[in-house]
Design a protein around this ligand. Structure first.
Ligand SMILES: [Zn+2]
Length: 233
């Protein structure tokens, strides 16, 4: 009798253990799936768009007449664009999501960005920057593309168009370039959006405000969405 009780208890214990293992494996699978999802939207290889906030860490980029650092404005705007695009179901990854450079030197940092882009091969890369010029009166957003890239030119047009709507006085047009390292060395369409001039006091002040960063992000996101939509037609 004692034997029977013992074996029944062992059977119950074994069933319990099997159930526990099964539950743990389900939980583990869920965690892995969640992990994959995060990876896919934040750093995976299937991203449609890569957003590249210029500079970071030791490299502040341009310094505004109001003391603003380009790297912070670039990151804030890029994160806002990421938020908008993700809500629209467009898969986005970022070259950086915090105040850090990708390598110790500026040359290495740019090389890292190019490697990352060429490995992930997105539909489009949008690099976010701010401009500066010796003539303080110069202002307005402008989008650059690699001169031999038809798709880059088309994407630049989409984004210049939506950015232009923010300021009717901005007469700047898209501009071809064949010297920027990022444009020259990438194998997919890349555009550089110079959102404004930190050398112009009025624009520099706008660029550090949350509302204007949101407006710029909204305009860039709208241009990207238009590009993605017309790419799949
Ligand atoms: Zn820059």
């Amino acid at each position: 009798m004692k034997e029977k009780i013992r074996s029944a208890a062992a059977a119950v214990l074994l069933t319990g253990l099997i159930l526990l293992c099964w539950q743990m494996s389900v939980k583990l699978r869920e965690t892995i799936e969640e992990g994959k999802e995060t990876f896919g939207s934040a750093g995976g290889s299937t991203s449609v768009i890569i957003l590249d906030p210029g500079h970071g860490g030791k490299d502040p980029g341009k310094i505004g007449v109001n003391g603003a650092e380009e790297k912070d404005i670039n990151l804030n705007i890029a994160l806002k664009i990421q938020g908008i695009l993700s809500e629209e179901g467009i898969s986005v990854s970022m070259t950086r999501t915090s105040d850090e450079r990708l390598a110790d030197s500026q040359v290495e940092d740019l090389r890292e960005r190019v490697d990352l882009i060429n490995k992930r091969r997105p539909l489009l890369v949008v690099s976010i920057h701010q401009n500066s010029y010796s003539d303080e009166s110069v202002k307005g957003s402008q989008v650059f593309y690699f001169k031999d890239s038809k798709e880059g030119e088309r994407a630049a047009g989409c984004i210049q168009n939506t950015l232009g709507k923010l300021d009717p006085d901005n007469t700047k047009q898209i501009k071809a370039n064949n010297t920027y390292y990022l444009l020259k060395n990438t194998e997919v369409p890349v555009i550089i959006a110079e959102c404004g001039f930190l050398s112009n006091y009025e624009e520099a002040e706008k660029l550090i405000s949350e509302e204007y960063q949101e407006e710029i992000a909204g305009a860039v996101a709208e241009g990207i969405t238009e590009y993605v939509r017309t790419s799949s037609e």
